[in-house]
Design a protein around this ligand. Structure first.
Ligand code: ATR
Length: 280
């Protein structure tokens, strides 16, 4: 019997935890499949996806820097991937390539279910307006918070992101604003860092005065990349959380799309945390 084949494509890819996560999901749900990782040359993305389809691949996860290209490549794009203009899940069905985006759903699941913070009626600050922020804004609005401020160093990018999401925000009765990083007030229940600032080694891109005691301060990264933000949040009385749960939950949502089964993501998140702790 040939096993259904999935993979994650990106560049770089050596750090990816997705093969471990999906292999564990498959074991726990009894799904007969294999999942590996492929490092793709920067100018070979479309070719590599078509080659994987031709080999009989059933679907793939897409990570940096190919999420935008993947959304444009597919023959059908889900509403949430259209809004994000980015795709982290491709499914191959009857010769068709379907693009979806489960990043935002993964973030919301991690905040609401794993961390126990229902977002409805809360005031949110989303820091950043690049690909990572674009991937999560729609699902955040669908969680019906009262307010979301999108703050970015380049305010024009925040304005464009907000403009694209205004119809959805009106539908969900969420107030949506674009701001720059200066002069933010401490009136947020949840702060989400979706910038690449920690990777650049410059630390946290906003003043600590935005943190009110007891607020949830979430970094979409995990491991050493999130540590500076987490330490900063804790030192100022906020509740820090890294993006490891988002990683597992976006994978769980992709697994559900591909296999029609929801894996026990909470168990896999606990196991992954333990593994990473043991390695550090
Ligand atoms: P990603 O796909 O990870 O979101 P990106 O699209 O390059 O990557 O976006 C990076 C985000 O991090 C942007 O919001 C960027 O701000 P600008 O739009 O002003 O470039 C933000 N960012 C990166 N380095 C930063 C820094 N040192 N301070 C503040 N924001 C930073």
């Amino acid at each position: 019997m040939t096993l259904d084949h999935y993979c994650v494509m990106g560049n770089p890819i050596s750090h990816s935890r997705s093969p471990w996560i999906h292999t564990r999901f498959a074991e726990l749900t009894g799904q007969a499949m294999v999942y590996d990782k492929r490092e793709i040359a920067l100018d070979q993305f479309a070719r590599s996806v078509h080659a994987f389809m031709a080999e009989g691949g059933r679907g793939c996860n897409i990570t940096v820097p190919f999420k935008f290209e993947a959304a444009a490549l597919a023959s059908h794009t889900s509403e949430r991937a259209q809004l994000a203009q980015a795709c982290n899940v491709l499914s191959f069905q009857n010769g068709q390539m379907l693009a979806d985006n489960t990043d935002g759903m993964g973030l919301v699941m991690d905040i609401e279910r794993n961390a126990g913070w229902p977002l409805k009626g809360l005031r949110l600050l989303l820091i950043g307006a690049g690909g990572a922020a674009a991937g999560v804004l729609g699902p955040l609005i669908n969680a019906q918070p009262a307010h979301i401020s999108v703050a970015n160093r380049t305010v024009g990018k925040a304005s464009a992101l907000v403009a694209r999401h205004l119809p959805l925000a009106m539908l969900q009765e969420t107030e949506l604003l674009a701001l720059d990083l200066q002069g933010l007030e401490a009136d947020f229940d949840v702060i989400i860092n979706a910038t690449a600032s920690s990777l650049g080694g410059v630390g946290v891109p906003v003043d600590a005065s935005v943190l009110k005691p007891g607020a949830l301060a979430y970094d979409m990264m995990y491991g050493p990349a999130a540590q500076g933000f987490m330490d900063w949040a804790r030192a100022h009385g906020a509740v820090p959380r890294d993006g490891l749960g988002m990683l597992v939950e976006q994978a769980a949502e992709a697994f559900l799309i591909w296999r029609g089964v929801r894996p026990p993501s909470d168990q896999v998140l606990a196991e992954l945390r333990q593994r990473l702790r043991a390695c550090s």
